[in-house]
Design a binder for this molecule. Structure first.
Ligand code: ZN
Length: 318
């Protein structure tokens, strides 16, 4: 089982990234190969919904060649860790649980200029060169990652339902201290890293009952979408405590800039058009946003720096 693969264009990405591209565009760029020794790979859970995290596997009866083990880096440690990382990956019922929110990045490339992959397979020296070349970002290559909130919010909702069912099945009364403890324990058992902040599904999310943390979290609420100058603004229907345990409640707004980078993926253009449409028709959304709410005068304002960092229930991806 490998987490890195090379597509038919020679682009090297993690299986999670290929899954995200498929989710956004409906395109698969297989067949995939090992980026280092170029032996063919089978893809798993990339173009199909699946209980496992996306990954690549060698077809039965095949093996990596010339000393390759399918992992980036200098070898010994990275290669030895990967299988155990993969096997302790948690799958709850039919829930795929992303483990990290990471920045979108460009694909890596390992072939030398002019190499179209059709010649002789890479020799041992070339394999070592390629393995050192790939930046071995452990988060990206060893976890189930995503650069969008959508799969994280879906996993969170399903995990909460699962925790509720488990607590009820254990005979705990809803709202009791024991119920709350069991519920929280289940959520906390699932790691969620938000751009390297090591959190859990129990600690990464926050709604209007608590004063916003002064750090990045996934905040959520519901409210009306309005167009204001160069922004779209979601005004949360609830007021939020200005300070910890304070009764001083103030408005909370999400700001989304209408200016997108010129190379923004079409999925983000569509998401923006959809939010503008909701604003034009005076609609409301149940929203989820990643960022830091800042106190601006008499309200909290959370400016999302990318449409990847806002999700609303019903958002279409394509
Ligand atoms: Zn290989």
């Amino acid at each position: 089982m490998s987490s890195l693969g090379m597509d038919r264009n020679g682009d090297v990405r993690s299986a999670s990234e290929f899954k995200e591209i498929f989710g956004e565009t409906g395109n698969s760029y297989g067949p995939y190969k090992c980026p280092f020794c170029e032996v063919p790979f089978e893809d798993r859970c990339i173009v199909t919904e699946c209980v496992k995290a996306p990954h690549f596997k060698l077809p039965n009866g095949t093996a990596h060649r010339n000393g390759c083990n399918g992992e980036a880096g200098d070898g010994v440690t990275a290669g030895a860790n990967a299988p155990s990382e993969a096997s302790k990956r948690t799958v709850v019922g039919k829930i795929e649980i992303p483990e990290a929110l990471v920045r979108r990045r460009k694909a890596s490339s390992v072939r030398k200029p002019g190499d179209d992959g059709l010649g002789a397979p890479p020799d041992a020296i070339e394999i070592v060169r390629r393995r050192r070349l790939i930046d071995s970002d452990k988060t990206i290559s060893s976890c189930f990652t995503t650069s969008q909130l959508r799969p994280i919010v879906h996993a969170y909702k399903r995990l909460r339902k699962h925790a509720y069912e488990q607590a009820v099945a254990a005979g705990l009364e809803r709202g009791s201290a024991a119920y709350n403890a069991r519920f929280r324990e289940i959520l906390d058992a699932h790691d969620l890293s938000l751009y390297k902040q090591k959190l859990t599904y129990g600690s990464a999310f926050q709604g209007s009952r608590l004063s916003p943390w002064h750090v990045e979290r996934v905040y959520n609420g519901s409210g009306k979408v309005l167009a204001e100058n160069d922004c779209l603004v979601i005004k949360d229907m609830n007021t939020w405590p200005r300070q910890l345990k304070s009764r001083d409640l103030i408005p909370f707004e999400i700001k989304v800039s209408k200016a997108l980078a010129s190379d923004a993926p079409t999925s983000l253009l569509r998401a923006l058009a959809e939010l503008e449409h909701i604003a034009a028709s005076g609609g409301e959304v149940e929203w989820w946003a990643y960022g830091v709410p800042l106190l601006q005068g008499q309200k909290f304002e959370l400016s999302v720096d990318s449409l990847d960092h806002i999700y609303w229930i019903g958002q279409h991806q394509r």
